[in-house]
Ligand binder design. Structure first.
Ligand code: SF4
Length: 362
């Protein structure tokens, strides 16, 4: 680390509230493996879509970052694999079995993994390869004593994703048919306004499976994965599928800025913590070569994961730069706030003086 950089790092890691949070809190890693997606959802905060390049972060690079993180005591061992649409790699990326490789890397390193997909592929010729890979991963990591693998597949169910209901039901039905040796947690994420779609989906599943029932979990979940993922109500579809349901906020980032009522994200964006106990700093690597704190919109704290020659930088370098960047962003924010308050107070004082003159005149 150069002398100047060290001065900034030492200062911000100790004296900036935000920089210190990035420095000291555990962190999770998300890999936005591509910006390509076969959909162009109007609310996509990543602005992913069919017009984006079909570029994917090579699995060797992701493996390298996971291997570095595993040696770091601050790594929370939580991984997210997402996109754009990660499963489009089965059609357009030159690496075969892409998702399977990534999931095996995470689970093999005893991390809990969440893979997010739109599941648009369930009605395409890609389905066999992807379903087989998912089932393979589950059977590789299942043991007779622990059937619940620390892996979650996240699907979306809302008015924006095209044919979301049909795709989700097909995914659940086929996974339930194919895999028998372990249980899979499927997280269905939505927005509050669209929550009734989940009830409709459950009704359809109830007609298909006699055993769909709600479970309130109690007692102390035995693993961090269970604490994080199974803390509230879940629905058991059959012996092999457990559904979770979560609703989030629609932020006005990316294309969502055109959506009426999308929640305005404060700028700069300091909300980069993922839920957990303790909360995790979320570091998201993307296919354009950036690492960003948090996933949502707003002015993001971002640094490159590649150097000028295109070579991946070390995780340690990236973390140091994120801490410095976070500290600078906080300092800039405080400076601007200070200026705003001073300007406001001068304006009020001038108003008061003018009012005094007006009173005297009368
Ligand atoms: S919201 Fe998801 S499915 Fe829709 S365009 Fe974005 S990445 Fe694709």
């Amino acid at each position: 680390m150069s002398g100047i950089k060290k001065i900034f790092f030492d200062f911000f890691s100790q004296h900036s509230y935000v920089g210190n949070a990035v420095y000291s809190l555990p962190y999770a890693m998300a890999f936005k493996t591509t910006h390509y997606c076969w959909n162009n959802c109007p609310h996509c905060c990543e602005s992913a879509g069919a017009n984006m390049p079909k570029n994917y972060i090579p699995s060797a690079i992701i493996e390298n970052y996971i291997n570095q993180a595993i040696k770091d005591p601050n790594f929370s061992k939580n991984l997210v694999f997402t996109g754009g649409e990660i499963m489009s790699a089965y059609k357009y990326h030159d690496e075969s079995n892409y998702a399977k490789k990534l999931l095996n890397m995470g689970l093999g390193n005893k991390c809990s993994v969440d893979i997010k997909t739109d599941a648009g592929w369930v009605f395409t010729p890609m389905r066999d390869a992807i379903f087989s890979d998912l089932v393979d991963v589950l059977s590789t990591h299942s043991t007779s004593s622990f059937r619940l693998i620390p892996m979650q597949v996240s699907l979306s169910l809302d008015r924006f994703h095209p044919h979301a209901m049909q795709k989700n039901i097909e995914f659940i039905t086929e996974m339930s048919r194919r895999q028998k040796n372990s249980s899979l947690v499927i997280n269905i994420s939505s927005f509050k306004q669209d929550a009734d779609m989940f009830e409709i989906m459950l009704d359809t599943l109830r007609k298909r499976y006699k055993n769909v029932h709600e479970m309130e979990l109690f007692g102390s979940p035995s693993t961090e994965h269970m604490q994080k993922n199974l803390s509230n109500t879940v629905w058991s579809v059959n012996r092999n599928i457990v559904l979770k349901f979560s609703t989030g906020t629609l932020f006005d980032g990316g294309r969502a800025r055109n959506i009426e009522n999308a929640y305005h994200t404060p700028t700069p964006q300091f909300s980069f913590l993922a839920p957990g106990n303790p909360p995790h700093v979320l570091m998201a690597f993307d296919s354009f070569g950036n690492v960003t704190l948090g996933e949502n919109s707003g002015k993001k704290i971002t640094v490159p994961w590649r150097d000028k020659n295109g070579t991946p930088r070390t995780l340690n370098d990236i973390r140091q730069d994120l801490i410095i960047q976070a500290g600078k962003e906080e300092a800039r924010y405080r400076f601007n706030e200070c200026n705003r308050l001073v300007a406001e107070s001068i304006k009020n004082n001038i108003k008061n003086v003018l009012n005094l003159f007006r009173v005297k005149k009368r």
